[in-house]
Design a protein around this ligand. Structure first.
Ligand code: K7E
Ligand code: CUA
Length: 663
C-alpha cells in the first residue's frame, strides 16, 4: 500500500516535470501547438499529468502505424479481433466460425464450404465461442505466418492464413463436442493442440450419467500442421484418450521441455452434478479435493506410437487409448492445487506456472525434476485409470503467494512474470528464478508489484509474452467486467481491455488506456511485433481463390466474361472493375440453377468491390484479384437489382446490374 502511494507520487512528480518542460522550454513549439494550448486543454478536460503521459504513450498519429498487432479472440462472435498496440485501434474483425457479411464470409460457395465442413453431422452452426488464438511459431518464436483458434462451444479448430488474414480451414473435432485446451502450438508448429473440457462419451454415443467413470472421457487432439500447404492434415493427426477429469488450458513445452505438453484439469472428483436431485452442484462437487492433476504428456512418444499403428480408430479417428498411454509412458499426473487455471511454460522452458483459482498461490513446477522422476520411475502411485502420479514435492520448485484468484501468466525479457488476479482485479508482477534472476540480479520468485485493473481480469497478453523471446513493453489486461468504465449501453456491458505499460523494469506498471470490446467475451490474445506480419497488398494474380491460395479455375480476365446455359443450369463468368460489372444483365428462367463466378480484375491496393443480390441473401467481398462463386436456384420470378456494396469510386452507385428471372 505504502509503496503504491510513494510510487504514484514519484510518477506524478516526474510527469509534472515533463509537463513543465513542455510548457516552459520553447513555449510556442511545445505547449502551444496547432490550434490549442496543451495546458488549457488539459485543464478544460480535467486531465491529470499522468493522463497526458498515458495519451502521449498510446497516441498514434494519422498515417503512422502501431508497433504491435494483437490477435484477440472475439468470444461469442466466433471471430478474431485484430487490434493495433499501443493505439488500441480495431484494425479488423476476422470471420472464422460465424458468417460475416462485410467479408462475404459464409455467402460465397467457397467460404460456405469451409464452414459446412465443420458442422456436426451437417447441422448448421451460426456461432462460435472462440477462446485461444495461437500464432504459428518457428523455434518457439512467433513467425507471423498463420493463426489458429478454437471454438469451445462445438470443439472446432480453425486455420487462418496471415497473408490475406482469411480463414482457410475449420475442423470439427471427431471425438468431442467440447474443447478448451486449444489452440496452442508446438515450437515449430508441427502440431496444433486441441484439448477437451467437459468430459462426455465420444461424440454421437450415449451413456447415462451413472456410467460417468466408465464411459465418459476427456481427450487431447494433436492436429498435424503442414506449413507448406497451410493446412492441418487430419490423416496425420491423432488424439489421446484422457480420464473424465475436466481438462483445461494447455501449453507446449519449449527449449528443454520441447516435445512435452502440459495441461491442467479440474474435477478429478468425477463429480457429475445434479443439484436438483440433492447432489452437490458442480461448483462444489468439483472442488472437494485439495488437488487436481496437472497432465504431463510425452508428445514425441505419443507420435511414435501413433506412427507405429498403436492407436485405435474411434469415430474414424486414431486415438491412443488410456491403457496404452499409461503403459507406454506417454501420460503422467502431478497434483496441483484445486481448481487450477492457466498452465504457462516459462521462456526458458524449464518451469510450468499453474495458478489456483481458489488458491492465492502460483505453483511453479520444474521440468528437470519432472523428467528425472519419469526417467527414474519415481512415482507415488497411480490414479484409477492406471496413470502414474508424480508426487507434488518431487516436481514442484516453489509456490508464490500472489493474491486472490490467480489465473494466467505471461513473461517479459527482464525476468518478470505477470499473473492475472481475477478476484483481486489486479495484475501481479513477480520475478522468475533460475538463470533469469541470476542474469538480472534480482531476488528469485518474489512478488514485486501489483496494478489494479477494472475489473476481474481473465487472460493477460504481454507483447510476444508467451514465446521464447518475450518483448515485454506492453501488457493488455483482458477484463471480464467493465462496471463503471464506459457510458451506459444497457445492462449488457462491453468487456474492457486495459493497456498497461510494463516497459520500466525498475519502476511500476502504468495503466494507459481502456478499450471497450462489444462483441463477446474475448478470452485470450497474443501480441506480435507488427513487422513480422507480411500480409499481401492485393492477391498475387487476377482470378485468385483464397480458399486454395492459388489461381481459381473460375478466374477470368477482362474480355472472357460469358453466360453459358447447360440444360437447367446457367453458369455466369463476370468481372468487376471500377465502376461496372460485365455483364450487367443476367437473365435466367425460374427454376434454373445459377452458378455465378465473379472476378475482381483490379490491381490497385484497397480497390475492393462488393456484390449484393437481394432476396437470395448474398453479399460478397471481392478484394483486388479475387474470384468468388455463388450458387443458388432462381426459385422466384422477378427482377433483382444487384449492386456493388463497397464504396469503390465516384460512380460506385452506378456499379449495378439486373438479374432477371423469367416466369
Ligand atoms: Cu477464459 Cu483461457 Cu477460455 Cu482463462 S479461459 S479467463
Ligand atoms: Cu465497386 Cu462500389
Amino acid at each position: 500500500m505504502k509503496k503504491n502511494v510513494l510510487t504514484r507520487l514519484f510518477i506524478a512528480a516526474s510527469v509534472i516535470g515533463v509537463l513543465l518542460f513542455l510548457m516552459t522550454c520553447g513555449k510556442k513549439e511545445a505547449g502551444q501547438v496547432g490550434n490549442g494550448d496543451l495546458k488549457a486543454i488539459a485543464e478544460q478536460r480535467g486531465l491529470t499529468p499522468a493522463d497526458l503521459i498515458a495519451a502521449a504513450k498510446t497516441y498514434v498519429p494519422t498515417g503512422k502505424h502501431d508497433e504491435y498487432v494483437m490477435f484477440s479472440s472475439g468470444g461469442h462472435s466466433g471471430q478474431v479481433l485484430v487490434i493495433g498496440v499501443p493505439s488500441m485501434r480495431l484494425l479488423k474483425v476476422l470471420a472464422v466460425f460465424t458468417p460475416e457479411p462485410w467479408q462475404g464470409w459464409g455467402f460465397s460457395k467457397e467460404t460456405k464450404d469451409i464452414l459446412k465442413a465443420s458442422y456436426v453431422d451437417g447441422k448448421e452452426l451460426t456461432w462460435g465461442d472462440t477462446h485461444h488464438p495461437a500464432l504459428s511459431e518457428t523455434n518457439g518464436d512467433y513467425d507471423g505466418e498463420f493463426l489458429f483458434v478454437n471454438d469451445k462451444a462445438n470443439a472446432r479448430a480453425a486455420v487462418i492464413d496471415l497473408r490475406d488474414f482469411e480463414t482457410k480451414q475449420i475442423l470439427k473435432n471427431p471425438l468431442s463436442l467440447s474443447d478448451h485446451g486449444g489452440t496452442f502450438v508446438t515450437p515449430n508448429t508441427e502440431y496444433v493442440i486441441e484439448g477437451g473440457q467437459y468430459a462426455m462419451p465420444w461424440t454421437g454415443q450415449y451413456a447415462p450419467i451413472s456410467k460417468y467413470k466408465e464411459q465418459y472421457r476427456g481427450m487431447v487432439t494433436f492436429w498435424k500442421f503442414d506449413r507448406k500447404k497451410g493446412r492441418i492434415i487430419p490423416e496425420e493427426s491423432f488424439a489421446l484418450e484422457l480420464p473424465p477429469y475436466w481438462q483445461d488450458i494447455a501449453d507446449a513445452g519449449k527449449k528443454v521441455s520441447e516435445g512435452w505438453i502440459f495441461m491442467n484439469s479440474f474435477n478429478v472428483e468425477l463429480s457429475t452434478g445434479g443439484v436438483e436431485k440433492g447432489n452437490p452442484p458442480f461448483e462444489a462437487g468439483a472442488s472437494q479435493l485439495d488437488m487436481d492433476y496437472l497432465h504431463v504428456i510425452d508428445l514425441k512418444k505419443a507420435e511414435a506410437l501413433f506412427k507405429a499403428g498403436k492407436t485405435k480408430k474411434i469415430n474414424g479417428f486414431p486415438v491412443l487409448t488410456l491403457d496404452v498411454a499409461a503403459k507406454e509412458g506417454v501420460l503422467f499426473f502431478i497434483p496441483e492445487p484445486k481448481s487450477p487455471h492457466g498452465a504457462d511454460v516459462t521462456p526458458d522452458g524449464n518451469y510450468i506456472v499453474v495458478s489456483g483459482k481458489l488458491d492465492p498461490h502460483a505453483t511453479i513446477y520444474n521440468f528437470t525434476k519432472i523428467k528425472k522422476a519419469i526417467d527414474e520411475k519415481n512415482f507415488a502411485g497411480k490414479d484409477d485409470y492406471g496413470v502414474p502420479i508424480i508426487a507434488f514435492d518431487t516436481a514442484v520448485e516453489t509456490q508464490i503467494e500472489l493474491g486472490l484468484g490467480p489465473l494466467h501468466t505471461q513473461f517479459d525479457p527482464n525476468g518478470y512474470a505477470y499473473t492475472s488476479l481475477f478476484l483481486e482485479s489486479a495484475v501481479a508482477r513477480w520475478t522468475l528464478g533460475g538463470p533469469w534472476t541470476e542474469k538480472h540480479g534480482k531476488e528469485p520468485w518474489t512478488l514485486v508489484d501489483k496494478i489494479s485493473i477494472h475489473y476481474n481480469v481473465g487472460h493477460i497478453a504481454v507483447a510476444e509474452g508467451d514465446n521464447v523471446n518475450p518483448d515485454g513493453k506492453y501488457l493488455v489486461s483482458l477484463n471480464k467486467w467493465a462496471i463503471d468504465r464506459f457510458t451506459g449501453v444497457g445492462p449488457l456491458l462491453p468487456q474492457n481491455f486495459q493497456l498497461i505499460d510494463i516497459s520500466n523494469p525498475n519502476g511500476n506498471m502504468q495503466l494507459l488506456y481502456d478499450m471497450p470490446i462489444g462483441i463477446g467475451e474475448p478470452h485470450y490474445a497474443q501480441i506480435i511485433k507488427a513487422d513480422k506480419l507480411k500480409s499481401w497488398d492485393v492477391y498475387p494474380e487476377i482470378g485468385w481463390d483464397p480458399g486454395t491460395q492459388s489461381k481459381s479455375k473460375y478466374g477470368i480476365q477482362a474480355g472472357e466474361e460469358r453466360i453459358v446455359r447447360r440444360g437447367r443450369t446457367v453458369e455466369v463468368w463476370m468481372t468487376a472493375v471500377r465502376s461496372h460489372y460485365t455483364p450487367e444483365h443476367v437473365e435466367v428462367r425460374k427454376g434454373d440453377r445459377v452458378i455465378w463466378h465473379i472476378t475482381n480484375i483490379e490491381r490497385a491496393k484497397d480497390a475492393t468491390h462488393g456484390f449484393a443480390l437481394p432476396y437470395f441473401n448474398i453479399n460478397l467481398s471481392l478484394e483486388p484479384g479475387e474470384t468468388q462463386s455463388i450458387e443458388f436456384v432462381a426459385d422466384k420470378a422477378g427482377v433483382y437489382p444487384f449492386y456493388c456494396s463497397e464504396f469503390c469510386s465516384a460512380l460506385h452507385l452506378e456499379m449495378a446490374g439486373y438479374f432477371l428471372v423469367k416466369p
